[in-house]
Design a protein around this ligand. Structure first.
Ligand SMILES: [Zn+2]
Length: 168
C-alpha cells in the first residue's frame, strides 16, 4: 500500500483488527520513508459499481468519496463516526443489491438523503440544498418545514454541503 503522504511503497502494517461491526478489517500502517501513519480498510465488495453522472460520464463508484461528502455534510454535528461508517456500509449494500452494475448519481444522492434524514436533520438539509440545487428560497423553506425547528439551520445550511462531491 503506497504512502499517501510521500508516495513511498515502503509501508508496514502495525496493527490489524476488525471494525466495530465486523464488516471490515482496519489496518494501521506506517511509512518507512516519511514516518506517516494512515489507516486502510479491507471490505467485502459484492459487485463492481459504476456511477453514471448527469453528463453521462461513467466513473467507478468511490466509497471514500461518499464518506468524505458525508463528513462535510455532518461537520460539527455530533454523530458518531461508527454510525456514519454503518450508514455508508448499508448504502453500499443497498446499491449492490439493486442488481445493476451501473447506477445514476441521482439514485445515489436519493439514497444518501434518505439515510441522512434519519441520521441528522442538519446534515440532511445541507446535503439536500446542494443536491436538489434549490433555486428559490421557498424550496428551501419547504424542506425546513418538513423538519422540526432547529435554530442553527439557517446560518450554515447549504453553503458547504457534501452533495457536490457525490455529483462531481
Ligand atoms: Zn511516506
Amino acid at each position: 500500500m503506497r504512502c499517501p503522504y510521500c508516495g513511498s511503497n515502503e509501508t508496514q502494517v502495525k496493527d490489524s483488527r476488525p471494525s466495530e461491526d465486523n464488516s471490515a478489517i482496519r489496518r494501521r500502517r506506517v511509512c518507512g520513508d516519511c514516518g506517516g501513519r494512515f489507516t486502510t480498510f479491507e471490505r467485502v465488495q459484492l459487485r463492481e459499481l459504476t456511477v453514471i453522472k448527469k453528463t453521462g460520464r461513467r466513473v467507478p463508484f468511490d466509497r471514500d468519496k461518499l464518506v468524505r461528502s458525508l463528513q462535510i455534510a455532518l461537520r460539527k454535528r455530533s454523530v458518531e463516526p461508527e454510525r456514519v461508517e454503518r450508514m455508508v456500509s448499508g448504502l453500499v449494500r443497498r446499491l449492490e443489491n439493486m442488481g445493476e452494475s451501473e447506477i445514476a448519481s441521482s439514485a445515489i444522492g436519493h439514497l444518501v438523503m434518505e439515510a441522512l434524514k434519519t441520521l441528522d436533520d442538519v446534515a440532511y438539509v445541507r446535503f439536500a440544498s446542494v443536491y436538489k440545487n434549490f433555486r428559490e428560497a421557498k424550496d428551501f423553506e419547504a424542506l425546513l418545514g418538513e423538519l422540526s425547528g432547529d435554530d442553527d439551520l439557517a446560518g450554515d445550511a447549504g453553503a458547504d454541503s457534501g452533495a457536490e462531491a457525490v455529483e462531481d
